[in-house]
Design a protein around this ligand. Structure first.
Ligand code: ADP
Ligand code: MG
Length: 344
């Protein structure tokens, strides 16, 4: 039922038109005429158009910590952009906290908090000024805003930074400020676009704790990431997307159980792997043996136990093994099996 959904996405499509035609339309020639062929009529589909979202359907429940997982260019930021009313979709609908992103954008914006990938607070203001400024935009009186800012900064470990300007803060501190800012107006749904990119490991873990805490308070969180461990550890449910399409949707546990064929064994050889693949195919217990350039891959249901046999077979084919990778069943192996590519 849509009533219990925090977010409902139906047949959402976003096509970024190739820029060439658009630019021509605005280019006036001497004499005031326009480039011929650039004006009027329906926009023509072009081979250079980018289909960023391709008929996406998704329901995100209230209180859920939901992850959009996919490689660069998958359409994650475009999805967030549409849901936060920043990007107008080409077709399809989306509702957030009961309001339509197209026709009720103002009420959507009042119910959401947005943490962008790049901290975008005003660098000439200090922390408290930034937060008061943001609160004013939402009609929160300055006294109430100051109190709330102080409380949130305390919770997120920024209470000693209230009077500090942004360029004197670390990346992790700035990212935490973005979260404080997003929470100032008590939003129902919090959006975070790749919140831990560029953070050092310690800041990353700190941010995970903060997000877990917000989730425990019952807030709906939608986070994009291309880090499968982050998605795995934080999210209740994940949508794996690639090239604007939904590939899989479930809990991290169920998704990992769907990862086929067990452990992925991979050898990097000193030359073409085709001959080695033929020999490896004869080993009992290895499935889906494939050669791609110098890389030889096979799946095993018994962890790494067949690795020595695989190495021996490769060496019998006249190749030397330069590197070995072993990948237990994971979101990564599921992604490889769904797309034939690595997540990143
Ligand atoms: N403003 C834009 N104009 C043209 N193409 C865009 C624009 N924004 C994103 N794209 C393209 O749309 C696709 C999806 O992008 P994006 O949603 O940013 O992916 P992600 O956030 O998963 O990396 C990519 O191919 C990207 O190059
Ligand atoms: Mg992005």
């Amino acid at each position: 039922m849509t009533e219990t959904n925090a977010i409902t996405i139906r047949a959402l499509r976003k096509v970024y038109k190739a820029t060439g035609g658009k630019k021509l339309r605005h280019l006036s020639l001497p004499g005031g005429s326009f480039m011929p062929g650039g004006t009027g009529g329906m926009p023509r589909p072009s081979a250079h158009d980018v289909i960023a979202l391709d008929s996406l359907d998704l329901d995100i429940r209230q209180g859920e910590f939901f992850g959009l997982l996919g490689p660069n260019g998958a359409g994650k930021s475009t999805t967030i952009g549409v849901l936060t009313t920043r990007i107008v979709p080409t077709s399809g609908t989306a509702t957030v906290a009961g309001s339509d992103v197209g026709t009720q954008a103002v009420s959507v914006r009042q119910r959401i908090g947005v943490v962008p990938q790049q901290p975008n607070a005003d660098r000439s203001l200090n922390v408290i000024e930034n937060l008061q400024f943001h609160a004013a935009y939402f009609g929160i009186p300055v006294a109430a805003a100051t109190k709330r800012a102080q409380e949130l900064c305390e919770t997120l470990g920024l209470s000693d930074k209230l009077n500090v300007k942004l360029n004197e803060m670390s990346g992790g501190q700035q990212q935490r400020l973005m979260i404080v800012r997003a929470l100032m107006h008590e939003p129902d749904v919090l959006f975070l676009d790749e919140p831990t990119v560029g953070l050092d490991p310690q800041a990353r873990l700190g941010l995970w704790e903060i997000l877990r805490g917000l989730h425990a308070q019952g807030r709906t969180i939608v986070m994009t990431t291309h880090y499968m461990d982050e998605a795995d550890r934080l999210c209740d449910r994940l949508a794996i997307i690639d090239r604007g399409k939904l590939l899989a949707l479930d809990t991290p546990r169920a998704l990992k159980d769907k990862a086929p064929g067990g452990t992925l064994l991979e050898l990097v050889l000193d030359g073409d792997a085709l001959g080695a693949a033929e020999k490896v195919k004869a080993i009992d217990g290895l499935t889906r043996v494939e050669a791609s350039g110098t890389v030889l891959q096979a799946y095993s249901g018994t962890g790494g136990r067949l690795l020595p046999a695989m190495i021996e077979a490769a060496e019998q084919s006249g190749r030397r093994v330069k590197d070995i990778h072993l990948l237990p069943p994971s979101l990564e192996t599921l992604f490889v099996s769904l797309t034939g590519r690595k997540l990143g």
